[in-house]
Design a protein around this ligand. Sequence first.
Ligand code: ADE
Length: 245
Amino acid sequence: MRFDIITIFPEMFAGVFSGGIIKKALEREMVRIAVHDLRDFTEDRHRQVDDRPFGGLEGMVLKPEPIFRAVEAVREDETSRVYLLSPQGRRLDSALAKELASERQVILICGRYEGVDERVVEHLVDGEISIGDYVLTGGEPAAVVVVDAVSRFVPGVVGKEGSVRNDSFAEGILDFPQYTRPREFRGLEVPQVLFSGDHKKIERWRRKKALEKTVRQRPDLVEHKTLALEDRRLLEEIQNERKDE
Ligand code: ADE
């Protein structure tokens, strides 16, 4: 899988992919990331990428020509997917990340300033992607988030497939809590059940804790979800315990 990032600040990407799992994935050529300077696709002496908005407003708008040229230069074929990072886009979630991980090439255009000429949105891209309901100074940090979240779903990138499968959101609920040594730290003890050696019991406890955390912190995730019988039992237990508190 290949990512192409089109930006006016290519230097912002130096370093962010040079550690951890993404670095390994790059070394093993499971993913490729190419960063392109939008200014390389200008044709004027000043390498101008933006201009004042028609209709008169403050600020600058990214011009269409360099963006069209950049996409046309880097796209491999008609199967390549092109997205603009913008707060107006479809919100990135686990389902979208997984969807993108099955593409061969994903081209990400980083928006800037007050906006991007609407002809890019209407006639060039397959869609817009937002990483949340807040406005960044530009699409660059969002592109990093997209590359990271999507790469995790590329087969082989995350060591054990299980680590992706057991993740928060893979199943629509949050993660269970994890503990490591020491068993006791400043008087804080690791829950007894984890030392019981009873795997069924541990699994049930983890599921219950995950459900409990979800109900407390992200009730929206379980509100309209059809839960399995065992999950409903666990939720009932949680609700009864809460009443006793
Ligand atoms: N550019 C500015 N804000 C953004 C956001 N929330 N998501 C994606 N790109 C953006």
